[in-house]
Design a protein around this ligand. Sequence first.
Ligand SMILES: Nc1ncnc2c1ncn2[C@@H]1O[C@H](COP(=O)(O)OP(=O)(O)OP(=O)(O)O)[C@@H](O)[C@H]1O
Ligand SMILES: [Mg+2]
Length: 432
Amino acid sequence: MRIELLPPEVKSRISSGEVIEGPAEVVKELLENSLDAGATSIVLEVVKGGKRFISVADNGMGIHPQDMEKAILSGATSKLKSLEDLYRIRTYGYRGEALHAIASVSRLILRSRYFQEEHGFELVVEGGRVISSKPVGMQVGTQVEVYNLFYNVPLRRNFLSREDTERARIYKVFKALALANPHVAFRVVSEGKEAYRLKPAGSMKERVEELLEEKVEELSFEDGPIRISMFISLKQTRGELYLFINRRHVRNRNLTEYIKSLVGGKKLCVCSVEMPSYMVDVNMHPKKTEVKLHKENLVKELLRRAVGRRNYYSLPALKQEPARYVFEPELIGIIDDTLIVAKYGDYIYFFDQHLLSERYHYELGKEADTACRSSCKAGDRLTRVQAQELLQRWLHFENKEVCPHGRPSITGYTLESFIRSLEGATECWQGE
Ligand SMILES: Nc1ncnc2c1ncn2[C@@H]1O[C@H](COP(=O)(O)OP(=O)(O)OP(=O)(O)O)[C@@H](O)[C@H]1O
Ligand SMILES: [Mg+2]
């Protein structure tokens, strides 16, 4: 894969800015580059919390000898060519900024041997300027060494935190990437001592348990192209939550709050969502830590289904067998030609027949007001087949809960709430 400079019109549309604030960002960028290069084994070494020295060595595909100097230019990347590529991006990188940003504020050595070459090349760069370039003998792969971060930006250097704080940040970044890439072996050496050694894990569960030292239960749910895997500690230990979307460790307040509401705040929870790239906008923030999901409600729904009936709060768990779901909403009945009652997953839904059909017609492309007039009203007789058809369509609505005017058209109750209320009710019946 050869490196090219992004055309200006593409570069200007890519969110870039301050990418390097300290050693942890350097580590994140270098590890991501190694992973993008298909490395199966990565060694990270830091000295003085990364302030003095950071090195990342991998066995990935390497950089073509003619691309070595290009790699440190702004907007130079082998991962993206046009804006459309952003909709299918599967690599961590795409801005062509990281090496440039790091090289401008440090003394950097880039060594790399391309997989089709007999030997490697070494580039020495100071404050962004190439000092020397020569062939070296080495294995296929890449090694980047970063000395004295911000040596030429004293203001930044003075703003770095204490060594152990920076080290803790580095470990956090490393852990997230190691969790998201269980099949990759990692070794971390800090101040000359081995801090982590991870052999390739067979599964994410295995990696989670080894790295976070906690036994977890795995819950998963899949619907169409979206796959959810959750790993939740068996014990109430620490409230720690990792959210990955397509292997990217991301912040998304909405989703993390939702996950917490499902599993409680005292569990360790690693949650990984795999979905088509076009549903995820990663180009929101130069550091790519915020993403926008185009199907956020659907993802929430699937998360809830993954957790299923498990109750991480006070109630004793109902049934612990893995949840099996019928994906089709199941029509239970139509009440007074007004309400459609259906079971979907663990929920019982009550639909306003009129509003649902209005929404259906609206989706068919009509104007909201005509939709209103041409829809069946409460009181119109619907056949079961027609009702089932409406439910089928409802599944694919973007914003399922409302009619075209924004009025709520559905109420849902969990089956569990019914069961609970019935448990309370049995005594009365027995009393009669
Ligand atoms: N460890 C590596 N192995 C192989 N190639 C690498 C490695 N690190 C960097 N490169 C090459 O150098 C290019 C520039 O890297 P850089 O990190 O600056 O940009 P990027 O990864 O393309 O995008 P981003 O700025 O979003 O990280 C990459 O596109 C890649 O071709
Ligand atoms: Mg990169």
